[in-house]
Ligand binder design. Structure first.
Ligand SMILES: Cc1cc2nc3c(=O)[nH]c(=O)nc-3n(C[C@H](O)[C@H](O)[C@H](O)COP(=O)(O)OP(=O)(O)OC[C@H]3O[C@@H](n4cnc5c(N)ncnc54)[C@H](O)[C@@H]3O)c2cc1C
Length: 420
């Protein structure tokens, strides 16, 4: 696999350039080569390809892709091997620092700067967790406050144990990934803390704290972190305003993901404030139609298997686009979420008429528990309605085939009728 520390090792021009060698980017690269696309380059800033799973030394990865349960690093290696065997060129140690119409990519490696032209670009840059600072947690600034990603790098890639008795903030799926990482390294978390009255993750993960004897504090937030040099404890605040102290020697700030959309923003692509990712149509096509997006860059946050599947679909769409068979970005319908309980909806635009490739379903997430009906309206009034009984952060999927051919006008409004 080429490692492009010298930018001269990179080609000057390829059919498709893919930014990000995680499950989505690697799946797309494999698919593109399987579809006969001549030159596919995958670029990643990390020293090795594989994306986030490379750092997750625990199960379960790979069921959808390899029909077996794998640890993250084994899963990542298999994805890399499959893409390389298909003939994709994977360039690690290569950061894409800019995108421009053409399309063109501006690259930075340890050996200098470079430029790459492509007929199409797929952005598959994933998500990151939001930091302590952006969650407005007060107190001291001692060592020992880390994200799950940093914890996993330290433990699985660095063989380190940064603390013994940390507190885990959050109850998303990734929070349990942090819990498993702590267990793997022999650390015993003092507690898990969740600001909401119920856990965010599904029930199977929710059993883990009890199983491992880790107390769970719901409706509780971190009021302050204490410690002069290293973390010594936290002040926790319950929903009723009462506070209590909990000694610990580290804090793992988990989840609250945000798409890694810096390149899309710098490149002037339209962004969606709901998802935090680029605005796309059902083909993953961005506001500049030479750029496409797939994987967790589209929204926070899905599993590796889901992102991989989106990568495969993106490979098909890109192959169709290169062959001139994709519906032109002609008639575009804007998907507009007109209810505060709808946290995000994607794709944000629908290109008509419909085409067999691309996303088959609209993806929605709620900001709070909702019971009622999900309603779609266009210029002529209501065109679709379905019962909705949903929880925050759970995947809600609506088949496009149920309504796409009925849309008239240029806006599809999504709403929730809570009285139904
Ligand atoms: C800390 C953490 C733990 C997680 N744990 C799990 C888990 O246990 N199970 C699970 O199913 N999911 C987990 N996830 C979700 C994870 O996002 C998906 O599993 C999956 O990795 C998404 O694939 P992707 O290809 O979209 O992005 P990623 O796997 O994130 O890959 C994106 C790649 O893009 C590269 N990149 C970004 N910007 C640039 C740039 N400018 N130039 C070059 N390269 C760039 C990155 O280096 C990275 O390798 C976790 C996520 C995080 C952040």
């Amino acid at each position: 696999m080429p490692s492009a520390t010298d930018p001269r090792a990179l080609p000057e021009e390829v059919e498709v350039a893919i930014v990000g060698a995680g499950p989505a980017g690697l799946a797309a690269a494999t698919r593109l080569r399987e579809r006969g696309v001549a030159s596919v380059a995958v670029l990643d800033r990390e020293p090795a390809a594989g994306g986030i799973p490379r750092h997750c030394g625990h199960f379960p990865f790979g069921l959808r892709e390899f029909h077996r349960l794998l640890r993250g690093p084994d899963y990542a290696s298999r994805l890399v091997a499959r893409a390389a065997a298909a003939g994709a060129a994977i360039h690690t140690g290569t950061t894409v620092v800019g995108i421009a119409p053409g399309p063109r990519l501006l690259l930075s490696t340890a050996g200098g700067r470079g430029e790459l032209a492509a007929r199409r670009v797929l952005l598959a840059t994933g998500v990151r967790e939001t930091s302590r600072a952006s969650r407005l947690i007060g107190g001291d600034r001692p060592l020992g406050v880390v994200s799950t990603g940093a914890l996993q790098s330290l433990v699985y890639l660095g063989g380190k144990r940064p603390f013994q008795r940390p507190l885990i903030l959050g109850t998303e799926l990734v929070s349990f990934s942090a819990l498993l990482t702590c267990r793997h390294a022999g650390m015993r978390p003092v507690a898990m803390v969740e600001a909401n009255p119920r856990m965010t993750a599904r029930r199977f993960a929710a059993a883990l704290p009890r199983l491992f004897g880790v107390p769970l504090h719901l409706s509780t937030e971190i009021a302050a972190i204490h410690g002069r040099r290293r973390v010594e404890g936290v002040t926790l605040r319950r929903a009723d305003g009462g506070t209590f102290e909990l000694p610990c020697d580290g804090v793992v700030v988990t989840g609250a993901f945000t798409p890694e959309a810096t390149l899309a923003r710098l490149g002037g692509l339209d962004l969606d404030p709901g998802t935090g990712g680029p605005v796309i149509d059902q083909f993953g096509r961005c506001s500049d139609p030479a750029f496409f997006a797939a994987g967790n860059l589209l929204r926070p946050v899905e599993t590796a298997g889901w992102s991989w599947q989106e990568g495969v679909a993106a490979g098909d769409v890109l192959a169709e686009s290169l062959a001139g068979r994709l519906v032109p970005a002609g008639r575009l319908v804007r998907v507009f979420a007109d209810h505060r309980a709808i946290k995000l909806a994607l794709p944000q635009r629908l290109a008509l008429p419909a085409h067999r490739d691309g996303m088959a379903r609209l993806q929605l997430r709620l900001a709070r528990p909702v019971r009622g009906s999900l309603v779609m309206r266009d210029v002529g009034g209501e065109i679709w309605r379905q019962r909705l009984d949903g929880l925050p952060e759970r995947r809600i999927l609506v088949p496009l085939a149920g309504f796409i051919d009925r849309i008239s006008g240029d806006t599809l409004t999504l709403s929730i009728d809570e009285t139904a």
